[in-house]
Write a protein that binds this ligand. Structure first.
Ligand code: NAD
Length: 355
């Protein structure tokens, strides 16, 4: 089992080191190989996703990714910015299915901005289509408007598009995920206004017929945004397009208290996957030893489950994380009075000890 370890920038190397420590402690037969990515790769070789890093990722069963980015690269041309490394990996590996669980651990209920009774026991899985939609649709650009309200004025445009096969494959991923959970899927669309999402809704309904054991309902994205803060526990699996998923999954992450707790997985049709925390490189706390490594450690658990077929090991990591939370250990982002504040490495060590 070959794993490409891409720590990246900011807190990336700190949190990935803790996840690697946890993987090592499991004594599985894993072959880990590291490579630079993002700003670190740009500094070393002039590109955020150098050919050697991409080749390593392509030849691996899974990628354990930290985070990329720093404000100092904001003035670089778009193609050389650290974030392009993630887009490049998604595209090159065809990582179309993004899994973002939002779980509210009972020990952290108070850390949510919502009332405890609304989030206690929350366990939602948002499945976001990751390689289509308005983020990738062509044509896109800026030009002088040929028509419209202000002909000749500067305008910008993007194209929202989805093909039937793209919707079908993410639909199957969602229904199959729901079969392993409480057998409910909510497909989020904007079919009342957009042709793209009328097709989305039609195809989801057709795919749903192949899964009679799973209950499917449809919800407009504006209502879904509202329901996520009004009654989040009504959801189980939520499936949606790239842009709506981007927004809703960040909204859902905040229900759980800290983004430092949330793992994610992006998979292709061969179950090869990129596993990373849902947060960014947090340059504001990089190098201080205070970043929460649990999202990355939980991403490693998802990697064992989805790409490496090691369910038992994944469960062990998740149980160990529960245990350290129950012991009262907290990094500053989830700290509250009466608990014990620890740093990044201490948290990683505690998870290893709990294992
Ligand atoms: P961010 O997620 O890096 O940070 C937002 C806030 O959350 C900060 O206050 C940060 O300190 C805190 N935070 C994040 N992760 C934490 C952790 N593990 N423990 C404790 N606190 C944590 O988002 P941002 O500040 O908007 O972006 C910073 C950089 O990260 C930018 O360059 C951005 O482009 C990049 N980014 C990268 C990814 C990625 O690599 N997938 C995702 C989002 C943002």
């Amino acid at each position: 089992m070959k794993i490409a370890v891409l720590p990246g920038d900011g807190i990336g190397p700190e949190i990935v080191a803790e996840a690697v420590k946890v993987l090592d402690a499991l004594k599985l037969n894993l072959e880990l190989q590291s490579a630079p990515v993002g700003g670190a790769a740009y500094e070393a070789s002039g590109h955020p996703l150098p050919p050697a890093t991409l080749a390593l990722a392509q030849a691996s069963d899974a990628i354990l990714f930290g985070a990329v980015g720093d404000w100092k690269y904001d003035t670089l041309e778009r193609a050389l910015r650290p974030e392009q490394a993630i887009l490049g990996l998604r595209k090159a590996l065809g990582l179309f299915a993004n899994f973002r669980p939002a779980i509210c651990y009972k020990e952290l209920t108070h850390a949510s901005s919502l009332k405890p009774e609304l989030v206690s026991g929350l366990d939602i899985l948002i499945i976001r289509e990751l390689t289509g939609d308005i983020y990738f649709g062509q044509p896109r650009g800026r030009r002088s408007a040929p028509d419209g309200h202000f002909p000749g004025a500067e305008e910008a445009f993007d194209t929202m598009r989805y093909s039937r096969p793209e919707i079908e494959r993410i639909g199957h991923v969602a229904f199959q995920a729901a079969q392993k959970r409480s057998k409910r899927v909510t497909s989020v669309d904007k079919a009342n206004v957009l042709e793209t999402f009328q097709l989305w809704k039609d195809v989801m309904t057709e795919v749903g017929k192949q899964y009679p054991d799973v209950q499917l309902d449809h919800m407009y994205v504006d209502n879904a945004a509202m329901q996520l803060v009004k009654e989040p526990k009504r959801f189980d699996v939520v499936v949606t397009g790239n842009m709506f998923g981007d927004i809703l999954s960040d909204e859902a992450s905040m229900l759980t208290g800290s983004i430092g707790m949330l793992p994610s997985a992006s998979l292709n049709d061969k179950k090869q996957g990129l596993y990373e925390p849902s947060h960014g490189s947090a340059p504001d706390i990089a190098g201080k030893g205070v970043a929460n490594p649990l999202a990355t450690i939980l991403s490693a658990a998802m990697m064992l489950r989805f790409s490496l077929g090691q369910e038992a090991a994944a469960l062990k990591i998740e149980a160990a994380v529960q245990k350290v939370l129950a012991q009262g250990l907290r990094t500053p982002d989830i700290y509250s009075e009466g608990t014990t504040k620890v740093g990044t490495q201490q948290m990683g060590d505690a998870v290893v000890a709990a294992l």
